[in-house]
Write a protein that binds this ligand. Structure first.
Ligand SMILES: [Zn+2]
Ligand SMILES: [Zn+2]
Length: 179
């Protein structure tokens, strides 16, 4: 998810609309515990705030499918998350380091993510925002009865008569933690 920042690179105060889409794999969401359906999108702006700083703001969106935490039925959801990230040109960082000799080089400091040249890659900012927005688990419905721990019957479909109301849920949660 690359943004060409050439049009605003030399114009402090200028901003640029950004409209991107990428595959879940390209964004790095391939192993987030959910199946992503269709592309991941981002819409927002990138602004040149001067001193080699670019500020990205906008909204990332994706559709996903997970397994119900009680009965393992597939559940679909739509996710949208606010993205805010600052990028700082390597030239500005180098100039700073010359001014403060002896400071350690890092890829990311309090002043934002480094970039070089005429593009910034916003995939990591999009990935982080979406990963934070994902629920820790999904339910097919709030009152899903889950699966019987004794005979594995889907209790939403039939009452097998076995004891243990919430055992199905906790059994699956324990199983999931072990995997
Ligand atoms: Zn369920
Ligand atoms: Zn049963």
């Amino acid at each position: 998810m690359l943004v060409d920042i050439k049009p605003i690179a030399r114009a402090a105060g200028a901003s640029l609309p950004v409209d991107l889409s990428g595959t879940p794999e390209a964004v790095g969401l391939g192993d987030a515990g959910y199946r992503f359906l269709g592309p991941v999108t981002f819409a927002g702006t990138v602004s040149n705030t001067g001193d080699g700083l670019l500020v990205l703001t906008g909204t990332a969106a994706a559709s996903y499918e997970g397994d119900c935490g009680r009965c393992l039925r597939p559940v679909r959801g739509n996710l949208s998350a606010t993205v805010a990230e600052t990028y700082r040109s390597r030239h500005a960082v180098d100039a700073d380091r010359k001014a403060k000799a002896g400071t350690e080089e890092t890829d990311e400091d309090g002043m934002g993510v480094r970039f070089e040249g005429w593009t910034i890659d916003v995939a990591e900012a999009v990935r982080e925002a979406l990963a934070l927005g994902l629920p820790s688990r999904v339910l097919c419905r709030e009152d899903c009865k889950g699966i019987c721990p004794v005979c594995f019957a889907d209790r939403n479909e039939r009452d097998c008569g076995h004891e243990g109301n919430d055992a199905g849920e906790s059994a699956f949660e324990r199983l999931k933690e072990l995997l």
